[in-house]
Design a protein around this ligand. Structure first.
Ligand code: SF4
Length: 194
């Protein structure tokens, strides 16, 4: 039978109405649908872990063959996510660290592209950390505000903003919070909020 979209909607609406009128439709039956089972074709080790992306702390199951990660999925026994994972966690598989062949696009070195440059240069971590510290100091000193327009002491910089990330854990957030406030940074926000 050929149906256009309008006819299809009419027919499916009538079908659903029929279920409701005759009382055959029981919403609770949806929740009682039997669990699907999948046959495993090979044995994999399973490690219980926690998603690394945000403070939600969702549980994951990491499947591995030897030292190689072969799957990452939500842990159905975990009380927070009960097997579900958000879209960020769906990409956890790309964080695998065993060998470049797992994710050849994963960056393992510092790459720097200078202002107006078009080429990424490989740098050391020492160079990167020193450069970041130097730029923070220069920017803070150049824009430091000791007193506001009313003469009140504020000791702040309005030239730097700080954006937190969901991969940070409690301890990192604590130390970072201390650092940004010691620097006088007042523009604080978080990736999860924006
Ligand atoms: S990133 Fe998603 S899956 Fe991971 S802890 Fe946060 S909410 Fe849970």
């Amino acid at each position: 039978m050929d149906l256009d979209r309008r006819q299809f909607l009419k027919l499916s609406g009538a079908g659903a109405g029929g279920f409701l009128v005759t009382g055959r439709f029981k919403p609770e039956s949806l929740a009682r649908a039997p669990l699907k089972t999948f046959t495993l074709h090979k044995k994999v080790g399973e490690t219980v872990s926690i998603c690394a992306y945000c403070a939600g702390g969702c549980g994951i199951l990491v499947g591995r063959e030897g030292n190689k990660v072969v799957s990452i999925e939500g842990n159905p026994d975990h009380p927070i996510n009960r097997g579900a994972l958000c879209s960020k966690a769906q990409s956890l598989f790309q964080l695998r660290t065993v060998g470049d062949e797992d994710n050849p696009r994963r960056l393992t070195k510092v790459l720097y592209r200078p202002p107006n440059g078009s080429v990424w240069e490989e740098k050391s971590w020492d160079w990167a950390l020193t450069e970041i510290a130097r730029r923070i100091k220069t920017t803070r000193d150049a824009g430091f505000v000791e007193k506001d327009a009313g003469g009140a002491t504020v000791n702040r910089t309005e030239a730097i903003a700080h954006l937190g990330g969901t991969a940070l854990d409690n301890e990192e957030c604590y130390v970072l919070g201390k650092m940004v406030r010691a620097l006088g940074i007042v523009y604080l926000d978080h990736q999860a909020r924006i």
